[in-house]
Design a protein around this ligand. Structure first.
Ligand code: TXA
Ligand code: MG
Length: 310
């Protein structure tokens, strides 16, 4: 990959311990040197994120991760299958790790991930340190999947553009606590739970009731407009977020997540669709039902949180 001026500039700024917005295969991240506490604190401040809600640290290579956390046999197995990719492991921090304690939000664990995105990987390699990167939205707001979404939130930041326009998966990574023999699901995400169970070849219970991330209590991925989930009809003044064959009605604004009712495509379009319906003059957003299977589970997780808090 040839490094464009923009990528070289991002590398320079990150080396100078500044914060830069970068695309990943899931959503955009607000990235900064994970060793530098002042940089990590700047990320928290930009997002308005409570300091007890820890950040994910991104690495260039799986081998580098073992310097900072204790890789259990379970973690190794999952890493082999899902890295690089939209998958995060929570593991015990190693004594002697140089990571800023701020990334852990007061816990003795660290969330780590090896992203698959080529451009993000090039930047990680160029900077030469792991990068802490939460989603590039103010705490509680919709996650960004396009450069434009990030620019609206943070006009003064360097935002590296996603070459394909929009992040591939469109939903955040799946988060698993792999400190013990039994995995615990902390966040539904781009890798469906069924795929994880297939790899582990046992009937591990992977439901969110077994535990949750500090962030899951707070984050609500919410648009500014109220969101009505599982809509069977569209009321006057509502915009429609459709899936498959749209509901009838006289609405003025509609975005279809996938005309062919494809869940992968719906995930890819989800946040972008919510960002654009949020910009319309509709008073609220009605969302058609999404099947609760595969990546649909994570789509419903985000929509339910958005609906609950909007
Ligand atoms: O796909 C993603 O994961 C994106 C891209 C940018 O990589 N990042 C992302 O970060 O979604 P963020 O900060 O928006 O969400 C991180 C989630 C939060 O729910 C947080 O509470 C949880 O991971 N988390 C981070 N560190 C943790 C830890 N040590 N223990 C438990 N949960 C943790
Ligand atoms: Mg987030």
């Amino acid at each position: 990959m040839t490094l464009t001026k923009e990528i070289l500039r991002a590398i320079r700024q990150l080396r100078a311990e500044e914060v830069v917005a970068l695309p990943t295969e899931t959503v955009y991240g607000l990235a900064g040197n994970a060793y530098a506490s002042t940089t990590v604190q700047k990320i928290f401040a930009l997002k308005g994120r409570p300091t007890f809600n820890p950040l994910i640290v991104h690495y260039h290579r799986v081998e580098d991760i073992a310097e900072d956390v204790i890789m259990t046999p379970l973690a190794q197995k999952l890493a082999k299958n899902f890295w690089p990719g939209p998958f995060t492991l929570v593991l015990e921090r190693r004594t002697g790790s140089h990571l800023s304690p701020c990334v852990s939000g007061g816990l003795d664990t660290v969330a780590v991930r090896v992203p698959a995105h080529t451009l993000f990987q090039e930047i990680l390699k160029g900077v030469g340190v792991p990068l802490a990167a939460p989603s590039a939205n103010p705490s509680g707001f919709l996650s960004p999947t396009r450069a434009l979404h990030v620019q609206r939130f943070f006009p003064s930041l360097l935002v590296v553009a996603e070459e394909e326009g929009k992040c591939q998966y469109g939903l955040e990574s799946t988060v698993i606590d792999a400190r013990d023999e039994e995995p615990r699901l902390l966040r539904q995400g781009a890798i469906p739970v069924g795929q994880i169970q297939d790899v582990l070849k046992n009937n591990v219970e992977l439901s969110l009731t077994s535990g949750s991330s500090p962030g899951q209590l707070l984050q609500h991925y919410a648009p500014r407009k109220p969101l009505r989930y599982d809509a069977k009809r569209v009321f006057s003044g509502e915009a429609l977020l459709a899936f498959g064959q749209p509901l009838g009605g006289s609405y003025r604004h509609m975005v279809n997540l996938s005309c062919t009712a494809n869940l992968q495509e719906a995930a890819h379009n989800l946040f972008d669709a919510l960002h654009s319906l949020d910009q319309t003059d509709a008073k609220s957003i009605a969302v058609m039902p999404i099947p609760q299977k595969g990546i649909g589970v994570a789509i419903n997780d985000r929509l339910q949180r958005a609906a609950r808090y909007s």
